[in-house]
Every structure is written in structure tokens, then in C-alpha cells.
Design a protein around this ligand. Sequence first.
Ligand SMILES: Nc1ncnc2c1ncn2[C@@H]1O[C@H](COP(=O)(O)OP(=O)(O)OP(=O)(O)O)[C@@H](O)[C@H]1O
Ligand SMILES: [Mg+2]
Length: 237
Amino acid sequence: MAALLEASNLEAYYGWSKVLHGLRFAVEKDKVTVVLGANGAGKTTLLRAISGMIRTGGEIRFAGERIDGQAPEDIVRRGIAHVPEGRGTFINLTVEENLRLGAYVRKDKTGIREDLDRVFHFFPVLKEKSRNPAGVLSGGEQQMLALARGLMLRPRLLLLDEPSLGLAPVLVMELFRIVRAINESEGVTVLLVEQDAVAALELAHQAYLLETGSIVTSGPAAELRENDSIRRSYLGY
Ligand SMILES: Nc1ncnc2c1ncn2[C@@H]1O[C@H](COP(=O)(O)OP(=O)(O)OP(=O)(O)O)[C@@H](O)[C@H]1O
Ligand SMILES: [Mg+2]
């Protein structure tokens, strides 16, 4: 099993305060990997560390090459798309303008039109509303827009920060169904961080559990679903 992304002894800092304490994990190519953790566990920080947005220690390798310490735009150019917490859509731009921004580092302008059609196929509601300002979309639609914008990079690796946040359970299922379809039909590898353990373990192949900046459990998602302490603490049964 080949890892597309690998981290070893990964640390991350805000100023002098260390928030990730020497993590080791791997994201297998063509798979969906989830990192579960409660509020403040360090999930967002983990994605920021991969994207080069904060100071890190240790090693991060993408497709075999070191990327730690590189500038965020260089990491994006390698094909790592980060869909941030809280969506980060531009509310005064139209849906289509937001989507085109997702492709800003790409040079193949003709491919971009094709990819707009591709994402409209996954998200028909965005096609309907392509000329509306993003600000008038519902929360769930904005979450879809954020994900669709990430896809416009034609990423090899998609980093998703709590896409379920604030969505009704039925919408979470719908969004995760689309993530799975993207993973399976487009060959996009996914690293998802989530608090919604039930939905995320259903979607993912591999899982890690993060507690106060350290990985405490890992394994195939199906195994973590059966793990007693995870059931008690995160699955609620
Ligand atoms: N910009 C920042 N400056 C300083 N400390 C921060 C900053 N962002 C996060 N932290 C701290 O880092 C730790 C991990 O935060 P992080 O945002 O990664 O958690 P999280 O797992 O994403 O939580 P949530 O589920 O609430 O989004 C927390 O203790 C938090 O207070
Ligand atoms: Mg977070």
C-alpha cells in the first residue's frame, strides 16, 4: 500500500506554543483517511501544518518528496487542495467566480471550462445558482461550494476540514456520498478531519484518533467502529 502523504515526528506551533506533539501518520493513495478528534484536539492545525500555513517540526512527504517548510502556494501547486473550516467562500463573488478562483494556479485554461462542467455534474445545485452571489447560498450549499472549489484545482490530495459542521444529518450523508464518488471516480485521495465519527468512519478506509495533539489510536475505519472506547466517547453507543 503506497502512501501519498506521510508525516513523521510532526510538530506544529502557534508562536512558542506547541500544539501537535510528534505525529506519525500516512494517507494512502486513492483512499479516504479520517482524523477524528474533539474540539481543540488539533485537527485544523494538522491540516494547516500540511498546507504550510504554520511553523512545523519533523517531516512531511508528498509523493515521496519533502514539503515541510515550503510556501503554501508551492504546496497548492503540487496538487494539495485545502477546504478550510468555515468554508471561506467569497460572499460577494458569484458561485462561478468562486469556483474559478479554485483553479487560480492552473495554466490550462481550456481544462478549467471542462472542470466547471465536472463539478456541476457532482453539484447540480451549484449549476442552478452559478450566477448568484455565494452569500445567498444556504449553509449546506456553501459547504458544497467550498468542496467544489477545492476540486477545481484538480487536486491529487483533498484536505477537508469538518465539512459536516452545522449541517443536518441528511445533508452530511449527501455531502459524504459526493466525497466518496469523487474519491472513487476521479481518483482523488482524501484526508478528512471530523468530529462526526459516525458519518466519517462510514466513509473512510483508514482512521486516526487525535487527542490533545497526539495520535492515540489508528487502524482501518471498520476496526475503529468496533473499538469500545471509541464507541463510548465518540459514537455514543
Ligand atoms: N491561531 C491560533 N493561535 C494560537 N492557538 C491556536 C490557534 N488556533 C488554534 N489554537 C490552539 O491549538 C489547539 C488546537 O486547535 P485546532 O483549531 O487545531 O483544534 P480542532 O481540533 O480543529 O478543534 P475544532 O473541532 O473546535 O475545530 C487548541 O488548543 C487551540 O486553542
Ligand atoms: Mg478545527
